[in-house]
Every structure is written in structure tokens, then in C-alpha cells.
Design a protein around this ligand. Structure first.
Ligand code: PLP
Length: 426
């Protein structure tokens, strides 16, 4: 059969785009060659509905071992008693928790989507907002940090069945202990979605939410640097508090309910090639080198935030504790919106995404901010010196968004610099 040149040419073009640019999207990363190999392996051919040892198909002896390895490594990474590695994505992991904990129409609380929350935490166009009843908590407009006092007031008033910590554009450490206390006060399940900082948590650089939360979800492809996918974890299994009883009158354990929610609740066959790649990534994250990587991610983010602030940019909450930051463009350039900023930076091969800032005065299509993160650049070997240069280049582009000559000059410089920062070998 003839090779599919149409697609493979596009894959090569994407490869070149990734090689020559500066990748600053906070949710992206570059996986290792071994993660890539596992994902592109024959395990994609296998149907394995069910769980290791309990499958609905024959021939699962080997994928059982691979899924078991993924589970064991993930448990070790976060000190978990129970995990599920089958969710196809972070949003799927969350949907499975919602299906387990909530009934249609039940109230839950999550960080306001305009202030860093994720669409799977209650957006009106996502199942979380369509099927269930979301209630938002907010950031303090002065500090740019979660307002836990207000969260407690809202929880006492609304009596949600679940409270969610974690977000997509929040650069500060979370007070999980306080959130657990609030959840306990109103009898709610406390769930943490650590999709963004999971890699830094695995490396011990941020607090481990498993110590405080009933249930934790994550993606595997952000700071954790694995294949695209999701996982669900618990530090300790517990009886379903809502008292759903089996026919024999036994209350089911949360682990059983969560397993059933993933399959057959919201998914069919698991992606065993991706699960094998997850196992490789978890194995990598257990190595001492990963800790060094995570430390550098954090250092690079701190330097990038500092350098931008030195140049007059407002960073929401005036800094970062993790790998990401939100730039409020209004302070330095009141007329410049996030959409124009994103387009200009992408023209210079500096990839970022526009993002609403807390209490934004512009719409989600325009926004007043851009979100930046350092996981991908750090994988390529970037250190503090390159972060200083990145801040300088971003500033040069944003000061000259309509000057094509300057943008072209920056792009050439970006491409030249990135020649010295290799990625995958293929
Ligand atoms: C990225 C993200 C997700 C969703 O992950 P997908 O794999 O894109 O579905 C969920 N929650 C949070 C907080 C995220 O940042």
C-alpha cells in the first residue's frame, strides 16, 4: 500500500513547528521517545473492556500486566492506595467522579471559570454544567488568590455535595487543609483536580492533595510529561457516604463505584497503548532526574514572572508558586487584548494562549491576559538565562504588535536560539 503522504507530510510539518518555536503554553509538554514509542505500539490493537483480571475479552494477559504496572507506579508516585488509569482524558476523569458522587441537579462548587477554573468544573456547555448544578467560588480581586473565607460562606449557604479544588490558570499553592475542613463542615466530598501541577506534586515541590482530598483527578500530559490522558486516585478508599446500597444491603466502596463510572459508566474499551505510555511516564517521574526537571520548571517560571514584572507587566497574584503565570496586559498596555497579543507572539513563533484574567473587562474571545508556562521549554533544556531572553522577546513583540519587521526579526532570533535546544530524536 502507498504511504499516506498527505498525513505524514502534515506530521513532519508539525514536527518542524514544534522544533523551531518557543512553546510557552502552560498545559503542554514534550514526551520522551519511549513514551512516544509506547503510544505508537501494537497495544492499540487490543480490546480490553474491564479491568486487569476481569476483562470481557480474551488475550488480555499481557495488557493486564502493563496496566497493572501503570497502576503500581502511579500509586507509588503519589502515595495512593487506589488508582484508575483508564480515563481517556482529564475531562473524562472528572466526568467519572461527577457520575459517582452526584445525582443530576446536585450542587457542587468549583473555582469560577473566568478566574482560572476548568470547563469540566461547571461550564454551561460541559456535562458538569448541563447535568449538575455548579456554584462558583472566587479569587480575592486584590491578592489574586482564592478567597477561602468567601468559599466557606458560600458552602455553608449552598450546602454543595462536592467541593473541587484545582484549576487551569491558577499559579498559587492551594490550602487543601482549609478546603477539607470546609467540606467536612457541610458534609461534602472534597475533590482535587491536579491536572496542571501534578508533575511538581510528584516531585515533592508542592503539597500532595491526596493527603487531604477524598478523590483526586489529573491529566497525565501536562507537567507530568506523559501521553494525553487522565487518572483518578484516592489516598484511602472509603464507603460511599450517600448510602447507595447493593441488592444485598452492602454499601459499596468508592473504588468500586469509581471503577464502574469509568467503565462502563462513561467509557468503553481502554486505550491500552496509552496506558502503556502512562506506565513509561510514571516510571520516568519516579527517577531522580525528574525531580531535577521539576525544580527547574519552577525556577524558570519564577524567573520569567520576575523578568516580566521588571518590564512593567502585571502578573496576577504578583508571582507564581508553580509552572504557570497569568499576565494581566491591562497594566502595561490598556489597549492591547489577549487575542491580538497571542496572534503577534505566535507570528514570532512564541506560542502562548490568550486567557481571561480575574474580573476581566473583556470577553472570553478577546480577554485581557495571556497565560504562560515553563514545562515544555524546560524539557528542551531551558535554564534561567533563556527565561530572561524569553521575557525580553515577549516584551519586544507586545510593544510592537503591528510592526511586521520587528516580529520577523524576533522570529528569526527565536528559531536560531531553539536550534540549541533539541527535543525527541525521531
Ligand atoms: C487540562 C485540564 C483538564 C482537562 O484535561 P483534558 O485532558 O483536556 O480533558 C481538567 N482539569 C483541569 C484543571 C485542567 O487544567
Amino acid at each position: 500500500m502507498k504511504r499516506d503522504e498527505e498525513i505524514f507530510n502534515l506530521i513532519e510539518k508539525e514536527h518542524q513547528r514544534q522544533l523551531k518555536g518557543m512553546e510557552l503554553i502552560a498545559s503542554e509538554n514534550f514526551v520522551s521517545d519511549e513514551v512516544m514509542q509506547a503510544m505508537g505500539s501494537c497495544m492499540t490493537n487490543k480490546y480490553a473492556e474491564g479491568y486487569p483480571g476481569h476483562r470481557y475479552y480474551g488475550g488480555c494477559e499481557i495488557v493486564d500486566q502493563s496496566e497493572e504496572l501503570a497502576r503500581t507506579r502511579l500509586k507509588q508516585l503519589f502515595d495512593a492506595e487506589w488508582v484508575n488509569v483508564q480515563p481517556h482524558s482529564g475531562a473524562q476523569a472528572n466526568a467519572a467522579v461527577f457520575l459517582t458522587v452526584l445525582n443530576p441537579g446536585d450542587k457542587f462548587m468549583g473555582l469560577n471559570l473566568d478566574q482560572g477554573g476548568h470547563l469540566s468544573h461547571g461550564s454551561a456547555v460541559n456535562t458538569s454544567g448541563i447535568i449538575y448544578h455548579p456554584i462558583a467560588y472566587n479569587l480575592d480581586p486584590k491578592t489574586g488568590r482564592v478567597n477561602y473565607d468567601e468559599m466557606e460562606e458560600i458552602a455553608l449557604r449552598e450546602k454543595p455535595k462536592m467541593i473541587i479544588g484545582g484549576g487551569s490558570a491558577y499559579s498559587r499553592e492551594w490550602d487543601y487543609e482549609r478546603m477539607r475542613a470546609i467540606a467536612d463542615k457541610v458534609g461534602a466530598i472534597f475533590m482535587v483536580d491536579m491536572a496542571h501541577p501534578a508533575g511538581l506534586i510528584a516531585a515533592g515541590l508542592l503539597k500532595n492533595p491526596l493527603k487531604y482530598a477524598h478523590i483526586v483527578t489529573s491529566t497525565t500530559h501536562k507537567t507530568l510529561r506523559g501521553p494525553r490522558g487522565g487518572v483518578i486516585l484516592m489516598n484511602k478508599d472509603f464507603e460511599n457516604p450517600w448510602g447507595k446500597k447493593t441488592k444485598k444491603g452492602i454499601t459499596k466502596m468508592m473504588s468500586q463505584l469509581l471503577d464502574s463510572a469509568v467503565f462502563p459508566g462513561i467509557q468503553g474499551g481502554p486505550l491500552e497503548h496509552v496506558i502503556a505510555a502512562k506506565a513509561v511516564a510514571f516510571g520516568e517521574a519516579l527517577q531522580p532526574e525528574f525531580k531535577e526537571y521539576a525544580k527547574q520548571v519552577k525556577k524558570n517560571a519564577a524567573v520569567l514572572a520576575d523578568e516580566l514584572m521588571k518590564r512593567g507587566y502585571k502578573i496576577v497574584s504578583d508571582g507564581t508558586d508553580n509552572h504557570s503565570m497569568l499576565v494581566d496586559l491591562r497594566t502595561k498596555f490598556p489597549e492591547l487584548d489577549g487575542k491580538v497579543a497571542e496572534t503577534a507572539l505566535v507570528s514570532a513563533d512564541i506560542t502562548v494562549n490568550k486567557n481571561m484574567v480575574p474580573y476581566d473587562t473583556r470577553s472570553a474571545f478577546k480577554t485581557s491576559g495571556i497565560r504562560l508556562g515553563t514545562p515544555a521549554m524546560t524539557t528542551r533544556g531551558a535554564k534561567e538565562d533563556l527565561m530572561i531572553k524569553v521575557a525580553e522577546l515577549i516584551d519586544e513583540v507586545l510593544t510592537n504588535v503591528t510592526d511586521e519587521k520587528i516580529i520577523t526579526k524576533v522570529r528569526v532570533e527565536v528559531n536560531n536560539i531553539m536550534k540549541n535546544y533539541p527535543i525527541f530524536a525521531f
